[in-house]
Design a binder for this molecule. Structure first.
Ligand code: APR
Ligand code: PHB
Length: 388
């Protein structure tokens, strides 16, 4: 088989890139290790920056998102019983959009299928060869071995994929920070407790009230890395969540059976460079943020934006400059999202080894944010997404 761009990974990054390129007449093949249902079963974040929304439109997959998503003009920060609102619209003129990653991925799969896009599921043993010369990819599927020759390989295969590992250790520089806690998340068919997200810090740890739609809520509590979802009954989860929210919010919280419960560790990670020869990395394959600030999917989107434009320029205008600049441009924006996610994580969580001084620093940081319009503007600019 021959294609122009071989894409490893059929998550949001790989699907979006494939869809965008197809509409410009550039041929792709997507190799996905799992099945479509498996990918759609993963519950991830649900906050889109407007840059992501624009890319969905450019990809021709904005219709259901436009009809079913919700615009959020602000978010609430709570601490103990005190709360304040950060108004994105007033501070930046922009907003974020609530639409689950599962729905984004479903729309992309539907569009790829409708256009006859080539997605191979259940691929095993994907290997990238000759990345710095004339690349090709080999893999096993349907009981046989296969080979795809291509101009470029794009690694969209997430944090545990093969693409990043293909870049030699001597070339790769990795930067990592693991946080000493996780997030226990619950999805429930209950009305959201508030019409905006609430990021809450309390003596018992962090909590987040989020949502997918008018009858689907997503809540999180900071938990120990040793916990397993089975350790937490629904009743225990709701009780702990309420204890971490301002009383007036806790009183209004509608509880119900969880329809999904999972624990995610928190990690900051970046690998440099994001290009090695004719291999490019995008999304979680190259960088991870802790979920505080909802930047995971959105940093994937800015990578796709830069790479898509670089590939279009190469194939349509015979100009490789966009590809030459890809790694530096993508990383410049990624590091700022890393900083914001790290800062917000530090601001709102309880750390096991936190000293009395550290706590005072957190309190002062929060007080400054509550009282200072410039600080709120900086927060809002980062939250709605820095320009591409
Ligand atoms: N071969 C083929 N496919 C693979 C391989 C492999 N060796 N390794 C991983 N994959 C697939 C995974 O099964 C997954 O479907 O690559 C896909 C990667 O998808 P994601 O992990 O979702 O990463 P990405 O598409 O970059 O999405 C951005 O932003 O909100 C965050 O973490 C969240 O998934 C989200 C990410
Ligand atoms: C979510 O809705 O799952 C979500 C929202 C905001 C975050 C993280 C997760 O910062």
């Amino acid at each position: 088989m021959r294609t122009q761009v071989a894409i490893i990974g059929g998550g949001p990054s790989g699907l979006l890139l494939s869809q965008l390129l197809h509409r410009k007449g550039i041929d792709t093949v997507v190799l996905e290790r799992k099945t479509r249902d498996y990918v759609l079963g993963r519950i991830r974040a649900g906050i889109l920056e407007t840059g992501f929304v624009d890319l969905m439109h450019e990809a021709g997959v904005g219709a259901r998102m436009d009809a079913e998503s919700f615009v959020h003009d602000g978010a609430v920060i709570a601490c103990g019983n005190a709360m304040f609102d950060i108004n994105f619209k007033r501070r930046t003129g922009s907003h974020v959009v609530v639409y689950g990653q599962t729905e984004v991925t479903r729309d992309l799969y539907d569009a790829r299928e409708a256009m006859g896009g080539n997605i191979v599921f259940n691929t095993e043993n994907v290997v990238i060869h000759d990345a710095t010369a004339t690349p090709y990819v080999t893999y096993d599927a349907d009981g046989g071995s296969h080979r795809i020759d291509c101009d470029y390989v794009v690694g969209c295969d997430g944090f545990h994929g093969v693409s990043r590992q293909t870049i030699p250790r001597t070339v790769r520089r990795e930067y990592e920070k693991a946080y000493p806690f996780g997030w226990l998340g619950v999805l429930s068919e209950t009305p959201p407790v508030h019409d905006e997200l609430i990021y809450s810090c309390s003596d018992r740890g962090f909590a987040l009230c989020s949502m997918r739609n008018a009858n689907l809520s997503r809540y999180y509590v900071q938990c120990s890395l040793d916990d397993s979802p089975d350790d937490w009954s629904d009743a225990q989860f709701w009780d702990e969540l309420k204890r971490r929210l301002p009383e007036e919010i806790a009183e209004r919280l509608v509880t119900g059976p969880s329809i999904e419960k999972s624990i995610a560790p928190l990690r900051s990670f970046v690998t440099e460079p994001m290009r090695w020869g004719n291999l490019f990395l995008c999304g979680d394959a190259a960088h991870i943020v802790p979920p505080t600030g909802a930047k995971g999917l959105n940093t994937a989107a800015s990578d796709i934006h830069y790479l898509y434009n670089g590939l279009v320029r190469f194939y349509l205008d015979d100009d490789a400059q966009g590809l030459e600049e890809y790694s530096a441009k993508a990383l410049a924006r990624v590091w700022k999202a890393e900083r914001f996610s790290w800062w917000m994580t530090n601001l709102l969580h309880r750390f096991p080894d936190q000293t009395a001084f550290d706590l005072k620093m957190q309190q002062a940081d929060l007080a400054f944010l509550r009282e200072n319009e410039a600080a709120q503007q900086v927060f809002a600019q980062n939250y709605v997404g820095l320009p591409y």
